[in-house]
Design a protein around this ligand. Sequence first.
Ligand code: PLP
Length: 452
Amino acid sequence: MPMVVGEVNDQAFIECLIGQATTITTALMSFIAPRFAPPERILMGPGPSDVPRRVLNALAAPTLGHLDPAYLAIMDEVRDYMRQVFRTKNELTMAVPGTGSAGMEATVVNLVEPGDEVIICVNGVFGGRMKDVAERSGAQVHTVEAPWGQTIAPAAIADALAAHPGVKVVGIVHAETSTGVLQPLEEISKLVHDAGALLLVDAVTSLGGVPFDLDALRIDACYSGTQKCLSCPPGLSPVSFSEAAVERIMSRKTKVQSWYLDMSMLKSYWGQERVYHHTAPINMTYALREALAMVLEEGLEARWARHQVNYLALRAGLEALGMRYIPENSLPSLNAIYVPEGVDEAAVRRRLLHEFDIEIGAGLGPFKGKAWRIGLMGASSTPRHVILVLAALESILGLSGGTTAAGYGFTVSSGGTGALSYNVGCNGAAGPLRALGRAPLLGTVVCGTGTA
Ligand code: PLP
């Protein structure tokens, strides 16, 4: 009997242990999240662009306090690097927390007081957004418009300034990401300053990828984003204000409509006073520090030239495939093209994403369903990206390449081994495709006289 009792007790003990183990396992399991593994994409849309490992590593550096002297020294460095990338001596240069739209709000709401007359140029989504922000801050907004895909004509701005001599600010987008238009600014800047107004510029898709010199262009307020040609994750917006703009801000009669983006207060945190304003996004500041350092190490001119040559190569390839560009004056960082007749644009983007891991953008506004937007920004502007997207598009669309009027042509073929060979022909020795040299991943780029 004692045996039996013992057995019963052992049995009960084992069952009790199993019960407890199950309870513990269940409790533990309820805290185990699924494995976190976002896919690694090739980012060739309208932003974000690919982020280099060095920038991602910076995000993982130890978080400091926002008033720690070590962090303040990093802020100083970031401000110095931003000044170099903007090409400005502006004292009030900083990174506002938030994405490019926060920069837009920060520049507009600080320069505009209720009732002020402003001109906003609209030829795409982001000019339209700037107009909305200006209206929300109580401005009396006059618009100068151009059809989507076209630049704003300086003469139209001259006419608007003449019709509204009280205008205090003129806002314009340098790189209209919704249409791929690059807006020349020199002539417009002169007109605006001759009229005694301030010039506000959106450089979200141009800074770090397109020739841009804030001081030479006499821009009074400018904002950008981190996730485009700077190749940093989204989350900060570099902004810069000229002396005249700071004077305007400091002599306002009314409080800035936004507490969070009030430059007169933010200035004291980024300036020598170091007055607490908000808890800075510390690790994003590290990432921006590294992204800007990479821009400066490459050199602005070299970086602009890299964006230009990759754009020319992509353009030659797309045109050889029979695609047409939307804007007359295209950005090198954003290629807006018409979807070929009869092609389901969303299905192609889905296949690019799921079969090739490539993200490109859809058309917006009047171009919805009719356009693709292919970004070549920052770390996503390389021969590898150009060749990958051309090869993938050719494969999905079942196209066979061709030759453009300019003499550029290419074919992409699979050798049965899974490797793709990419052959480019261009008439003339100095074609942009020749400048690409060899394609590192997909095989040989052949450049010579004649067609492919
Ligand atoms: N301005 C332009 C020209 C842009 O391309 C974008 C975003 O794509 C923005 C403003 C707004 O930036 P975000 O989406 O980072 O807020």
